[in-house]
Design a protein. Structure first.
Lengths: 342, 502
């Protein structure tokens, strides 16, 4: 069969059919699917769901992107390089509880934040060394560090929440800027800093991944590690770097979430959220086999899922129904990915 | 005597391409038919029609004079047609017997149980019939490629196939294994099977086949008794133009030492191999599969472990010991399996070509890649190497074998390497691309590139190498120079190795 494909392709005849052209274009621009999905979903919800298009709600959604957005960026890098990181959401808790405890004890922001960064990077480094240099299987390694981070967080806090954070910290990370009014809304609505932060990070890291030397090396490593290695790309270093980046993203998420909730707990990011992170990335065009995906796609994949949850919430539909629908969408998207590969 | 198998006026049209145009072939029982043509000539399409994978748009198939219609591969199976594929499909962790009967395991007394003893006995019987010493209880993964192929043939025999099709069966076999394969083909013929043998190697066709069929651009351009045609006549039919006689050439002497390897060792595989590669020469590494040819290269480049030895490289005229990474960065390495570690199959041609020199396209402090420059390089390489493709955005995966290999060459030439290592550079490549690749290698050596060539194709070695080192049991056993590099001498060197093993 494969030999046959090779055979017939030698006579190159331009394919003129419009449908085929569209299909090929879609194939080469996989980030388009989540963009279209999001726009359609936004229009449908705006027309059908009361209060969905309200500025307050829009800013609410925008702010929520800040919670999972960084983790999605990290996951995208890891998956493009051909790996997976299941540990990021428990690393958030581990970093948050330790950092928060120090903040409460010292009543200052900086040492706690630094500690969160150190813990996030430490977990990323452990994952990276085990996977890139010791050649262990990403799924197993990160499953182990996921349990490790969770166990550590519970042990450290004795399963208690950490309260009494410095106001300065909460004010920086959960702030809203540029208050404005919209329509009949009485109180002014501000733009959440968390949303802006993730937008900036997505723009920068999206540019790095899609346009720079490092980004291309990440893609090629995921596309075919052996070929990349022989072509002179230091694949171990590249793979290692993506896990460290994922750890950094987890640390930033820890800061934002801790500030937003005003507390650090062992279950700040629930396990169903792991599914959201992976789903957003896959809807965004990433493949579990590596070499595919984009930050733009992942961000719109996340926007799509966030709007879905938000609309169901507004409608008062059970969140479990939302989970059923998300699961269905994910399977459909993966199915589409298989079709697209043909 | 009527033909065992007759394909009458088969036509197959793909969108925009007439892959087969009114092709008729027939094979008698006890006859071997050689099917030749470049990649894309229609051989695989014809065989896929025969195998029930494609339905023909015109024409039909007759077996024993009766018209048959294959809607699915299983229909061809039932009609007694068996395919021995170039790339073998098997379950590595199962035994030989289990692999042979995977779809027809003899059932035991209990429901869903398998009668392993019966499977073993039947497997043993067909292996014996082929004169093979493979044990039915051996794990598939413990066999060599040649042995796996024997298992596949035994499977066909056990299934009662009387039409056996070999699709480039010898391309990944060592010389010794090839001989064993030829014996099996002769045995099948003696037993009255109808055999179709597809190969790029005309020597094999001439040695094994009774009749030949040549396809070009989906049309039958020649057929007849193999005894009545010469090697050059077949080549002419395949290529469609008169090929110039191979000019007797002088072998290059080579200049200053470029790369020297001293006492390279790897536990159980390499036993102190040393060699010196000079500037502007093509140095051939000759030896059986398993003699350590590929292993030597991979160890030296740091892709496999190396337990001892020194690597010295001339960098800007200065010789010094280098690390694996330093060597890898200065070497172009065309690997033996382009699909696994030569190409990014899912990526566009331009991304493949720039992959070896990415840093050259990085601009500014952000190291942003200059895609226009990358595309420019790709387009000029496509022109220079005559890569047949609609454009540089085309996925590497959909190119033919020969054009894929040209992309691999393009990505390495882009690095303007001092050292070019070629491992089976024309495997699975059609005749005309093969010629172009040969010319390219010669031109590169002429321009001062040091080329290290590994190939199992004796003609290629004679045609390209300036100097040949014979590798045996992980050591350099002999050196051949100039006029001494002949097919006979190379064959003798390889056979000596065989004798040493026996």
């Amino acid at each position: 069969m494969v030999g046959e494909m090779v055979d017939t392709s030698q006579t190159y005849v331009p394919r003129d059919s419009g449908v085929l052209k569209l299909w090929h274009w879609l194939r080469s621009h996989p980030a388009l699917l989540p963009v279209v999905l999001s726009v359609v979903m936004a229009l449908v919800f705006a027309l059908t769901v009361p209060n969905f298009a309200d500025l307050r709600n829009i800013m609410n959604i925008f702010g929520q992107l800040g919670f999972l957005g960084f983790l999605c960026i990290g996951m995208t890098y890891v998956m493009v390089a051909g790996g997976i990181d299941l540990s990021s959401y428990t690393v958030v808790s581990a970093a948050a509880v330790v950092g928060a405890t120090v903040m409460v004890a010292t009543d200052s922001t900086v040492p706690g934040c630094l500690l969160m960064l150190v813990i996030g990077l430490a977990f990323g480094t452990i994952n990276g060394i085990a996977i890139a240099y010791l050649r262990m299987v990403p799924f197993i390694v990160t499953l182990s560090t996921m349990v490790l981070a969770e166990g550590f967080a519970i042990w450290f806090t004795q399963a208690q929440s950490v309260y009494g954070l410095p106001y300065a910290f909460i004010d920086i990370f959960s702030a809203r800027i540029l208050p404005m009014t919209w329509g009949i809304s009485a109180r002014p609505v501000g733009i959440p800093v968390a949303g802006i932060a993730v937008l900036v990070a997505a723009l920068i890291l999206g540019f790095v991944l899609s346009r720079t030397l490092y980004g291309r090396r990440v893609y090629l490593t995921g596309a075919n590690e052996e070929t990349a290695r022989i072509s002179g790309i230091r694949v171990r270093r590249i793979k290692f770097s993506t896990y460290v980046l994922a750890g950094l993203m987890a640390a930033i998420t820890a800061m934002i979430l801790t500030a937003d909730l005003g507390t650090a707990t062992t279950a700040m990011v629930r396990d169903v959220r792991l599914m959201d992170i992976i789903a957003a990335t896959v809807i965004g065009g990433a493949s579990l086999k590596g070499g595919k995906g984009s930050i733009l796609g992942s961000m719109f994949g996340l926007l799509f899922l966030t709007m879905l949850s938000n609309a169901f919430n507004l409608l008062g539909v059970s969140p479990f129904i939302a989970m059923v629908i998300k699961g269905t969408v994910l399977v459909a998207v993966i199915g589409l990915d298989v079709l697209r590969a043909k | 005597m009527t033909a065992k198998l007759h394909m009458q006026g088969v036509t197959k049209v793909f969108p925009g391409v007439k892959a087969l145009d009114d092709v008729s072939i027939s094979v008698k029982s006890g006859e071997v038919l050689g099917l030749v043509g470049v990649n894309g000539a229609g051989k695989s399409t014809l065989m896929n029609v025969l195998g029930g994978i494609y339905r023909p748009d015109g024409g039909h198939i007759e077996i024993d004079g009766r018209r048959v219609d294959f809607a699915r591969p299983i229909d061809a199976d039932a009609a007694g047609i068996a395919f021995i594929h170039q790339e073998l499909l098997y379950f590595p962790s199962l035994t030989v017997a289990e692999n042979m009967f995977i779809s027809h395991l003899p059932t035991g007394k209990l429901p869903f149980s398998v009668d392993k003893r019966a499977a073993r006995a039947r497997a043993q019987a067909s292996l014996d019939q082929l004169g093979s010493g493979i044990r039915p209880t051996a794990r598939m993964e413990s066999l060599s490629v040649g042995e796996m192929q024997v298992v596949e043939i035994a499977r066909a025999v056990a299934m009662g196939a009387d039409i056996v099709i070999f699709d480039e069966p010898s391309s990944s076999l060592s010389i010794k294994e090839k001989e064993a394969l030829f014996n099996i083909v002769r045995k099948l013929k003696a037993e009255g099977k109808a055999v179709i043998y597809i190969s790029h190697f005309l020597d094999e066709i001439q040695e094994l086949c009774d009749r030949y069929v040549v396809l070009r651009n989906g049309q039958l351009v020649g057929s007849g008794d193999i005894a009545e045609v010469t090697h050059d006549q077949i080549v002419e039919m395949i290529v469609g133009q008169v090929v110039t006689e191979r000019a007797a050439r002088t072998r290059r002497k080579g200049g200053a030492p470029m790369l020297s390897l001293e006492g390279i060792r790897r536990e159980g595989i390499l036993d102190g191999a040393s060699l010196e590669l000079r500037e502007g020469e093509v140095l051939g590494l000759w030896g059986l599969m398993g003699s350590g040819r590929t292993e030597l290269i991979r160890s030296v480049l740091g892709l496999d472990p190396m337990d001892g030895g020194r690597i010295t490289l001339a960098i800007d005229g200065d010789s010094r010991e280098v690390s694996h990474d330093e060597l890898l960065e200065r070497t172009a390495y065309v690997t033996e399996s382009r699909r696994t570690d030569g190409l990014f199959l899912d990526e566009a041609i331009w991304k493949n070509i720039s992959s070896t020199t990415l840093a050259d396209y990085a601009r500014g402090r952000m190291r942003v890649l200059d895609k226009a420059a990358e595309a420019g390089t790709a387009r000029s390489m496509i022109d220079r190497l005559k890569i047949m493709t609609p454009d540089h955005h085309t996925q590497a995966a959909i190119l033919s074998g020969g054009n894929q290999q040209k992309v691999v060459f393009a990505k390495w030439l882009n690095r303007k390497p001092d050292i070019l290592i070629l491992d089976e550079p024309t495997r699975g490549v059609d005749v005309s691309s093969k010629g172009e690749i040969g010319e390219l290698v010669g031109a590169l050596a002429e321009a001062g590139t040091s080329v290290l060539l590994v190939t199992s194709e004796i003609e290629e070695m004679v045609a390209l190498a300036d100097r040949v080192l014979v590798l045996r049991d992980g050591m350099i056993a002999a050196e051949m120079l100039g006029e001494d590099i002949t097919e006979t001498a190379l064959m003798a060197a390889a056979l000596r190795t065989e004798a040493a093993h026996a």
